[in-house]
Design a protein around this ligand. Structure first.
Ligand SMILES: *[C@@H]1O[C@H](CO)[C@@H](O)[C@H](O)[C@H]1NC(C)=O
Length: 340
């Protein structure tokens, strides 16, 4: 009897430990999310979109603005959410704590209960590249964090960078921020709050800029190419890892080695331009999905990563390839075969 009781209590303690470990590392279970852009005239309804995420087992979503329909459809699903404060609202958020408070009240508070939306981060701005706009980012992050704290909401605040915010990216250990006067204070703030830095990482664009020196297989997670970083002796078998490790190097250079990285976008177009084929897109995205759970040479462990994007978006402007980053067509059929 005594023996049985002790076996039971040991099992019980082990179970408690396992549950505690699972609760402490939610990202370890699910490192892949998908960005849900809405610049299409023919996209499914929010509840159909969320249903598709669920049926494919996609653990998290990024959206580029607070969208009521999607927020309502996500409530109670457990799907993690990264939500942006759109760039056009940063001037107001940077200059006005009451604006930040109203934004939280309208867009976060109604969904932040335990049965609501599983917010992961709020990204203050996406790919803000002009220096005037960049001046707004840190004050806007602080006003937003203040408004969240005042409402008792514990969501971490960050910003999503375009990859060219990092320079000297090869070898990866040489990576530094392109504008330390902008990113130094942002990185220091993230270090103080424990939030990660979000960065959009596209080996596709690096490859199309320099197909002479970069091999397609290296850019698309195919075996056959290895590159050594002479600065630290690490060996790279794919361009994605090399790019991500240059971000870690930039954070070290800024004196903030403890700040984590989330890849807030990555993807490959299936049509519309150079190297944009369904087969290359499938190889890249399937490679990415299979890869990020293990992290990079510099930093092992799950790397939270968001594939861009869920759907082909026919109203995206710019290069023709921009319309063809989707994993799915607007009718919810797969753009090419992929598994999560
Ligand atoms: C954000 O900016 C857009 C474009 O200027 C504007 O229409 C919208 O009302 C702003 N949002 C808020 C909450 O003020």
């Amino acid at each position: 009897m005594a023996k049985q009781a002790s076996v039971a209590s040991v099992l019980g303690a082990a179970l408690v430990l396992i549950v505690a470990l699972l609760a402490a590392f939610p990202a370890a279970v699910h490192s892949i999310g998908v960005c849900n852009g809405v610049l299409g005239s023919n996209l499914p309804t929010p509840s159909d979109v969320v249903q598709l995420y669920k049926s494919k087992g996609i653990a998290s979503m990024r959206i580029y603005a607070p969208e009521t329909g999607i927020l309502r459809a996500l409530a109670g699903t457990g799907i993690g959410l990264v939500m942006d404060v759109p760039n056009e609202n940063l001037t107001a958020m940077a200059s006005s704590p009451p604006f930040a408070a109203a934004w939280v009240k309208a867009n976060v508070q109604p969904y932040s209960s335990s049965s609501g939306v599983s917010f992961r981060y709020i990204a203050v701005g996406n790919e803000v590249v002009d220096s005037e706009g960049q001046k707004n980012i840190l004050p806007a992050m602080k006003n937003l964090a203040g408004a969240l704290a005042a409402s008792g909401i514990g969501i971490k605040v960050s910003t999503a960078l375009r990859f060219d915010a990092i320079t000297n990216t090869f070898p990866p250990s040489n990576g530094v921020f392109s504008d330390p006067s902008f990113m130094g204070p942002v990185a220091a703030y993230l270090a103080s709050t424990g939030a990660p830095l979000l960065v959009n990482v596209y080996p596709y664009f690096a490859y199309v800029d320099n197909p002479r020196d970069i091999q397609l297989g290296y850019a698309t997670f195919q075996p056959g190419t290895t590159v050594r970083d002479d600065g630290n002796g690490l060996v790279y078998t794919n361009l994605f890892d090399a790019m991500v490790d240059s971000i870690y190097a930039a954070l070290e250079d800024a004196g903030t080695p403890g700040v984590g990285v989330v890849v807030s976008e990555s993807g490959w177009p299936s049509a519309g331009g150079f190297a944009a084929t369904a087969e290359n897109a499938r190889r890249y995205n399937q490679g990415l999905i299979g890869h990020v759970g293990g992290g990079t040479p510099k930093k092992a462990g799950p790397l939270e990563t968001y594939v861009f994007a869920m759907f082909n978006e026919n109203q995206k402007t710019g290069l023709e390839t921009e319309k063809h980053f989707g994993l799915f067509n607007p009718d919810k059929s797969p753009a090419y075969s992929i598994s999560f």
